[in-house]
Design a protein around this ligand. Structure first.
Ligand code: FES
Ligand code: FES
Length: 168
């Protein structure tokens, strides 16, 4: 029987060290090991994108990554999104606010993963075209919205973040 392994990594800017089973996915580690339940499990097979988090700057399906593979990594989840703009004070980010303003979710099950894919895009490309947004969320399935409000929300968030950055 496996005794598990201690892994240390940075999650949403905070250093954590947790004992995990060798077979645990990063998704399970986040939800059960850290009680960060904002990351959702949909298919559990890398097909729906509901479990998307940002691992060392890149969006990944956390159901396909073993927790032990994330040793020493930098991970960002939806719980870190609200505080990414402002020294740890929880509040909605422009991206989250734009999703609300554009009605970019209904049941909301895809939303955490969708926002993390969008965040990964905006981190490397703060001024994307609609085609680039569509490409960035191509691995995230939404059964409710028809995608149009999601794409509009992400483009609007990019504009809001740009004008916010210009004012600072
Ligand atoms: S739960 Fe990971 S891709 Fe669907
Ligand atoms: S809002 Fe329901 S799956 Fe996307």
């Amino acid at each position: 029987m496996s005794l598990g392994r201690q892994i240390s990594l940075v999650v949403n800017g905070e250093k954590v060290s947790v004992l995990v089973e060798d077979h645990w996915t990063l998704l399970r580690f986040l939800r059960e090991g850290l009680a960060l339940t904002g990351t959702k499990e949909g298919c559990g097979m890398g097909e729906c994108g509901a479990c998307t988090v940002i691992l060392n700057g890149k969006p990944v399906n956390s159901c396909l990554v073993l927790a032990v593979e994330a040793e020493g990594a930098d991970v960002k989840t939806i719980e870190g999104e609200g505080k990414c703009q402002d020294e740890g004070t929880p509040h909605l980010s422009p991206l989250q606010q734009a999703f609300i303003d554009h009605g970019a979710f209904q049941c909301g099950f895809c939303t955490s993963g969708m926002i993390m894919s969008a965040r990964a895009l905006l981190l490397k490309n703060p001024d994307p075209t609609s085609e680039e947004v569509i490409e960035a969320i191509s691995g995230n399935l939404c059964r409710c919205t028809g995608y149009k409000p999601i794409v509009e929300a992400i483009l609007d968030a990019a504009r809001r973040e740009k004008s916010g950055a210009a004012k600072r």
